[in-house]
Design a protein around this ligand. Structure first.
Ligand code: M6R
Length: 611
C-alpha cells in the first residue's frame, strides 16, 4: 500500500518526511522518495528498496528546503525500480507529485501526451499527472491541479508542488485517504494518521472529491468542482499502534473492512463498456480461443480461491479445469497437453510450493499466468503473464482481502475468455460485468448494514468459542467458500473445523453429528439449493445447531436453521465475494472470544517460502 507524507513550515522538510514515511512502513512498500523545493528549484531523491536506501541518499546530499513531499510505493504500474519510484516530475522538474491509487485512463492520456511530443521516464500512471499539471499551469497550482484531475479518472490521492510556489502544497482526495495535521506555524499531510502523530494530534480527514491548498498557516479546502468546504479539525487520541490498525483492534478486522475498497480497486480500469482489460496479460485472442485445459495451482487460501475459479471457469467457459494443491502437484507427473493455461495463485508470490508447482506446468508447456498481490514477486519472474490482485499489503497472517481480490481477478479472466470464445453472449457478459461492478457497494453495505453482520458474528462467535468441532458444508461454489470459511476459523481459533461438500456428509461424517454440534452451511446456489436443504435436514434431525449464510430474500432457509447470516442478493456465480465476509467475521469473533493472538496465530507464517 503506498504511503504519502508532505510538509510545509519553518523546518527542513526532508527529515520530517522521512520520519513520516517510516511511520507508514508497516503498510508495506517497494520503493521510496522525497522531493523538496528551495530557491526556485525542486530536488528529488528516490530509490527502489527499503527506506534505508533513501536515507543513505539523503545522508549523501540532503536537498535543502522547507516544503516537500515523500512517498513509499507499492507498485501497480511498472516494476519497483528507481525510476518508477515517486515523486514524479514534469520534464522541467518545476512540478513534482506523489500519488496513491490508480489513474484509469492513464494509457489514453499518455498516448495523447506522447503524440504531442512528451517523453516519459517511468512506466507509472502517476507521471502522466505531473505532465498534465505542468501543461495546465498558468501561475496558480490549485487551478492547474484542478484542471489536470478533471482530465483523469480513477481512485487516488495526489499531492503536488511547484518550484514557483514554494509555500504551497495542493492535495486531492478521490477515494484514497489523506489526512492533514496542524502544528504551530507548520502543516503536515499524510495518507495515514500514524505518519503525523510525532508532530501533532490536531487533524482533519479529507473526503472524496475534495481539494486542499495547504500552507504553513493552514489550508483552504473546496471540492474539485470549486465549492468551498468548511470542516473542523479534531484531536486524535489513538496511540501509534491503534493508528496503524486504523482504530481496529486487529489487522485482520481492518483488512476485512477494507474489502469494499479492494474489490473496487481490483476492478478499476479493467472493465470498459463490458470489455475486460488485463494490463499485464500479453496473449492474444487466438491463444484465448485455443485453450483446451486450465490448471489452477496454489496453497491454502489461494487454493480455495482457485476452487471457486475452477467452478466458474468450467461453468462459464466449458473448459475442463483442474485445481491442484501445488505441494501435491510438484511431486506428481502431470499430463500437460498442448493449449493449456495455468493460473498460479499466490498472495505473496513467494510460496515455495506454488513456485515449484507452477514451474513444473510451465516447463511442460503450459502458458503460466500469475495471480498475485506483489509486483515483482518471484512468481511474476517465472510467469508469462500476470494479473495483479491489488489488495494492498496484507499484514494479518489469516488472509481475507487477498482472497476476495483473487476471486475478482478470476472473474475478470473468465469474463474475458468467455467473450472471446463466445461462451458468453453479449447480454450475459453485460449481466456479469454489471453484477461485478455492483460488488464493491454490496460488500460495503453488507459490512455496514444496520442489523449488524459484525454484531451477529460476534454473538455467534461467543457461542461457538467453547465447542470442539465445527463443520462447514455447501455445494459447488458454496463448498469452495466453505473450505475457506473453515480454514479461517481453524487457523486463528485453534478449533477443529472441517469443510465438505454437503452431499458427502452421509458417507461418513454424519456419524459425528450429535446434539448441539455446530454446522455452518453456505446456501446460495439456486440449482442445488434443495439438495443442500436435504443435508441440513439430516443434520438437524441429529440435533445439530445450524448457522446458514444465505441471501437476504431467502425466506425458506429459516425453517432449517438456528441462525442466518444474511448477504445481499447477487448472481449465484459471484456470491463467494459476499458469502465469505460473514465467515471471516465469524472466525475473527470466535478467536477474539477465545482471547487468542489473531494476527499472529501460533505455528504459522505469512509467507511460506520453504518447503
Ligand atoms: O502467499 P500465498 O497466497 O501463496 O500463501 C498461501 C498460503 O500459505 C496462505 O493462503 C495461507 O493459507 C493463509 N495464512 C491463510 O489465511
Amino acid at each position: 500500500m503506498c504511503g504519502i507524507m508532505g510538509y510545509v513550515g519553518p523546518r527542513p522538510a526532508s527529515p520530517i518526511i522521512l520520519q513520516g514515511l517510516r511511520r507508514l512502513e508497516y503498510r508495506g512498500y517497494d520503493s521510496a522518495g522525497v522531493a523538496v523545493a528551495d530557491a526556485g528549484a525542486i530536488q528529488i531523491r528516490k530509490a527502489a528498496g527499503k527506506l534505508d536506501r533513501l536515507e543513505a541518499l539523503l545522508d549523501e546530499s540532503e536537498p535543502p528546503g522547507r516544503l516537500g513531499i515523500g512517498h513509499t510505493r507499492w507498485a501497480t504500474h511498472g516494476p519497483p525500480t528507481d525510476s518508477n519510484a515517486h515523486p514524479h516530475a514534469d520534464p522541467t522538474t518545476r512540478f513534482a507529485i506523489v500519488h496513491n491509487g490508480i489513474i484509469e485512463n492513464f494509457f489514453e492520456l499518455r498516448q495523447e501526451l506522447v503524440e504531442a511530443g512528451a517523453v516519459f521516464t517511468s512506466d507509472t500512471d502517476t507521471e502522466v499527472l505531473a505532465h498534465l499539471i505542468a501543461e495546465e499551469y498558468d501561475g496558480d497550482l490549485t487551478e492547474a491541479v484542478r484542471r489536470a484531475v478533471g482530465r483523469a479518472t480513477g481512485a487516488y490521492a495526489l499531492v503536488a508542488m511547484t518550484a514557483d510556489e514554494p509555500d504551497t502544497l495542493v492535495a486531492v482526495r478521490m477515494i484514497s485517504p489523506l489526512v492533514i495535521g496542524f502544528g504551530e506555524g507548520e502543516t503536515f499531510l499524510a495518507s495515514g494518521i500514524p505518519a503525523l502523530l510525532d508532530h501533532t494530534r490536531r487533524m482533519l480527514v479529507m473526503e472524496d472529491g475534495e481539494m486542499a491548498t495547504i500552507t504553513r498557516d493552514g489550508l483552504r479546502m473546496e471540492t474539485i468542482a470549486g465549492v468551498p468546504v468548511a470542516r473542523e479539525a479534531f484531536e486524535v487520541d489513538w496511540d501509534v499502534e491503534q493508528a496503524e490498525k486504523g482504530g481496529y483492534p486487529h489487522f485482520m478486522l481492518k483488512e476485512i473492512f477494507e474489502q469494499p475498497r479492494v474489490v473496487a480497486d481490483s476492478l478499476l480500469g479493467r472493465l470498459h463498456d463490458g470489455e475486460v482489460v488485463l494490463e499485464d496479460v500479453g496473449w492474444d485472442a487466438d491463444f484465448e480461443r485455443s485453450i483446451e485445459k486450465i490448471w489452477i495451482t496454489a496453497c491454502g487460501t489461494a487454493f480455495h480461491a482457485g476452487l471457486a475459479g475452477k467452478e466458474m471457469f468450467e461453468g462459464l467457459l466449458r473448459i475442463p479445469t483442474e485445481a491442484v494443491y501445488a505441494h501435491e502437484l510438484r511431486y506428481r507427473d502431470p499430463i500437460v497437453a498442448p493449449h493449456s493455461l495455468t493460473l498460479a495463485i499466490s498472495q505473496s508470490g513467494e510460496t515455495a510450493d506454488t513456485l515449484a508447482g507452477a514451474r513444473l506446468l510451465s516447463e511442460r508447456g503450459s502458458r503460466l499466468v500469475a495471480v498475485t498481490n506483489v509486483v515483482g514477486s518471484a512468481l511474476t519472474h517465472y510467469s508469462d503473464d500476470v494479473i495483479y490482485t491489488r489488495a494492498g499489503l496484507e499484514i494479518s497472517v489469516a488472509s481475507t482481502k487477498a482472497y476476495t481480490a483473487m476471486l475478482v481477478a478470476q472473474y475478470l479472466l473468465a469474463l474475458r475468455l468467455g467473450q472471446t470464445r463466445g461462451t458468453l453472449d453479449t447480454a450475459r457478459a453485460a449481466e456479469v460485468a454489471a453484477a461485478l461492478e455492483a460488488l464493491p457497494d454490496q460488500v460495503e453495505s453488507l459490512l455496514k448494514r444496520e442489523e449488524g453482520i459484525d454484531e451477529m458474528a460476534r454473538f455467534l462467535g461467543r457461542q461457538l468459542a467453547g465447542t470442539d468441532d465445527i463443520y462447514f458444508i455447501g455445494r459447488g461454489l458454496d463448498y469452495a467458500v466453505a473450505t475457506e470459511g473453515s480454514l479461517k476459523l481453524k487457523e486463528i481459533s485453534y478449533l477443529h473445523s472441517e469443510a465438505m461438500p454437503a452431499g458427502e456428509l452421509k458417507h461418513g461424517t454424519l456419524a459425528l453429528i450429535t446434539e448441539g454440534t455446530p454446522v455452518i452451511v453456505v446456501n446460495t446456489q439456486q440449482h442445488v439449493y434443495d439438495k443442500t436443504v436435504s443435508a441440513l435436514q439430516e443434520v438437524k434431525a441429529r440435533g445439530a445447531s445450524v448457522i446458514a449464510v444465505a441471501y437476504d430474500d431467502d425466506t425458506e432457509i429459516e425453517h432449517y436453521t438456528d441462525h442466518v447470516l444474511r448477504i445481499p442478493r447477487t448472481m449465484d456465480l459471484l456470491s463467494p465475494v459476499l458469502s465469505i465476509v460473514p465467515l471471516q467475521l465469524l472466525a475473527y469473533h470466535v478467536a477474539d472470544a477465545r482471547g487468542l493472538d489473531i494476527d499472529q496465530p501460533r505455528n504459522l507464517a505469512k509467507s511460506v517460502t520453504v518447503e
